[in-house]
Design a protein around this ligand. Structure first.
Ligand SMILES: NC(=O)c1ccc[n+]([C@@H]2O[C@H](COP(=O)([O-])OP(=O)(O)OC[C@H]3O[C@@H](n4cnc5c(N)ncnc54)[C@H](O)[C@@H]3O)[C@@H](O)[C@H]2O)c1
Length: 284
């Protein structure tokens, strides 16, 4: 069984560790912030307890899954015995490079180092280590305990063996991996989502239809569980905006320029569910 270390106990890292533990993998969860580790444990306990209440998990399996995640603020301790490390800290290139540099010193030579980044390809991080062949992107989706997909992305220096180990770990964690044979901005899902979202905003900006009707068309006509505006509110309009801005800046492609109406929402602090209002209004 793989011994996993997860670096960063935010929305993604906490659940990546828990998802692995639910499938029998011992996971060490590291964050510099002790409070984040406490919140991660409390949040995972809540998710697991609901599964038990719904009869989807036995009390014994729940206890084992929670016990299998060990928290630490010490990176050395997290990395020391790891076969595989998944980094899930803030989306900041310098922070990620520095963590990969340290992990290269601290983790066993055979360990694979993966980044869960949504926008930073492993080619920008791997050269901070002496093992670029054992580095890759493994892009999980939020919420990790629910979303089945992992995009496994090959960087220019990633070895075949590393790819196989990444694909195998995703399966071991009960997830479905898809392989990107080359690094590309936005990977697969966000590229397709961006294209659809961009078209939705174009229709809105051109006053072809209201955002409610565009959502209804996508939900009823394409059978997507959420239209682009409802989904934007769910994940945070700042996230949608920043992702579009990143794509626009990195490709220079006018198609990715963020919609003025989206920009206005973000500037007004109407970010979706988390602020109580985005395209729709939400009860506190
Ligand atoms: N949130 C999403 O929907 C989502 C989806 C897929 C991928 N991602 C990617 O996952 C990564 C994490 O995103 P998130 O939403 O979980 O972020 P988050 O802000 O919820 O959590 C980041 C965590 O990293 C910790 N951290 C920061 N610097 C650290 C360091 N040097 N050492 C250890 N811990 C450190 C913080 O204390 C925090 O707990 C990002 O790269 C993001 O692109 C996010």
């Amino acid at each position: 069984m793989t011994r996993l270390a997860v670096v960063g106990a935010g929305s993604m890292g906490a659940q990546i560790a828990q998802q692995a533990a639910l499938h029998g993998i011992d996971a060490v969860l590291h964050d510099l912030d002790e409070d984040q580790l406490r919140k991660a444990r409390a949040s995972n306990q809540g998710h697991i307890a609901r599964r038990v209440e719904k009869g989807r998990l036995s009390e014994e399996k729940a206890r084992e899954a929670l016990e299998r995640v060990r928290e630490t603020t010490d990176l050395r301790e997290a990395a020391r015995e790891a076969d595989f490390v998944i980094e899930a800290v803030f989306e900041d290139l310098d922070v990620k490079r520095s963590i990969f540099h340290d992990l290269d010193e601290l983790a066993p030579a055979h360990a694979v180092l993966a980044s869960n980044s949504s926008t930073i390809g492993i080619s920008k991080i791997a050269d901070a280590t002496r093992r670029p062949d054992r580095c890759l992107n493994m892009h999980f989706f939020y919420p990790v305990l629910v979303m089945d997909l992992v995009e496994v992305v090959r960087g220019p220096q990633t070895s075949d063996e590393t790819i196989e180990r990444g694909m195998a770990l995703a399966r071991e964690m009960g997830r479905t991996p898809v392989l990107l044979k080359k690094e590309i901005d936005g990977f697969i899902v966000n590229r397709i989502l961006h294209a659809a979202t961009q078209e939705a905003y174009r229709l809105l900006d051109a006053d072809v239809a209201s955002f409610e009707d565009i959502d209804a068309a996508v939900e009823k006509g394409l059978n997507w569980p959420m239209g682009p505006f409802r989904l934007g509110d769910f994940s945070g309009l700042d996230v949608t905006y920043n992702a579009r801005l990143h794509m626009y800046r990195s490709t220079g492609d006018e198609r990715y320029r963020p919609s003025p109406q989206l920009e206005a929402k973000v500037k007004a602090g109407k970010l979706g569910r988390k602020t109580g209002e985005g395209w729709y209004r939400y009860d506190p």
